[in-house]
Write a protein that binds this ligand. Structure first.
Ligand code: FES
Ligand SMILES: [Fe+2]
Length: 298
């Protein structure tokens, strides 16, 4: 993957058609990519434009061409690659195009874990008072009130409103705001592993969005990409850094448990686990992933 002078990302399989050397070790020259081994050079369409060993005015073999993925898509600070024609819609984070929102990126981490299990964990609300006791969970109510999940193809959205203790609000200390305030949590999921939590503070008007994007690495490891978007830090990079640090601690609490699971696959057969009405988001996750697996193997 490389960017040309206009900043557009070009992506090809990491294999040179000549002697299969890794092109990712190559060099970008004038918007083209030169293989590190014998210097074959490819343009942004993947066509060969130079084979130094053949000298000037040579004709190049027709198969001297790079293999491109079906699609490349850049959005909200990430580049998505579809090796084959994708079945799922392109992921969008609406907050990313809102100029009032400031973005902070959590350092990318690869951990022992299952992508399906981490997605399940992100969508789960009932674990807050138990897993997150050292960050935000101590005050969280244990009961998960009824909420609605709306599915749209390979996506869903779940909305629920509840009361919480807002210890971050400076006007609580002065008595201008009550400690117990209301917030609306909107979970958005796009299969397979693109997740978003939009936290809207109904009493103070601020919005925090947490994006959580997963790439399975192998059967035992997953790479975690996460970003925050906030409209309540007034462009203050120090406050944003504190928010990122806090989120790193929250994710750390989750990973500490998730990485210890013996079985790292998410069961898609609904009879394997026990479900309750508090698990509606994570049941929908399993349904959508089961449908996606069926469509992918059809
Ligand atoms: S392997 Fe790439 S130029 Fe020979
Ligand atoms: Fe969590």
């Amino acid at each position: 993957m490389w960017r040309d002078e206009q900043g557009i990302a070009h992506v090809f399989r990491d294999v040179c058609p000549h002697r299969l050397a890794p092109l990712s070790l190559g060099t970008c020259i004038d918007g083209n990519l030169r293989c590190p081994y014998h210097g074959w050079t490819f343009d942004r369409d993947g066509s060969c434009v130079d084979i130094p060993a053949l000298g000037r005015d040579a004709t190049y073999p027709p198969r001297a061409k790079l293999t491109a993925p079906a699609g490349v898509y850049e959005s909200h600070g990430m580049i998505f690659i579809a090796p084959e024609e994708p079945l799922t819609p392109r992921p969008v984070v609406t907050a990313a195009s809102d100029p009032a929102m400031m973005r902070g990126d959590i350092p990318v981490d690869t951990t022992r874990g299952g992508a399906g299990l981490l997605a399940d964990n992100f969508l789960d609300m009932a674990h807050f008072p138990f897993v997150h006791v050292n960050t935000f969970g101590a005050d969280e109510v244990r009961e998960v009130p009824p909420y609605a999940v709306t599915r749209d193809g390979y996506r869903f959205e779940a909305v629920y409103e509840h009361e919480f203790a807002n210890r971050e609000d400076p006007l609580v200390a002065t008595g201008e705001h009550p400690l117990i305030q209301r917030r609306r949590l909107t979970y958005r999921y796009t299969a397979p592993f693109h997740l978003e939590l939009d936290i809207h503070f109904l009493d103070t008007g601020g919005t925090n969005v947490i994006g959580f994007f997963l790439t399975p690495v192998d059967d035992e490891h997953v790479r975690v990409y996460s970003s925050l978007w906030r409209n309540d830090v007034d462009g203050d990079t120090e406050r944003m850094r504190e928010a990122v640090d806090f989120e790193v601690a929250v994710i750390g609490e989750d990973i500490a448990l998730q990485s210890r699971f013996g079985q790292l696959t998410l069961p898609l057969d609904p009879t394997i686990e026990v479900h309750t009405r508090a698990d509606k988001t994570t049941i929908e996750l399993r349904r959508i992933l089961a449908d996606l697996c069926a469509a992918a193997t059809a």
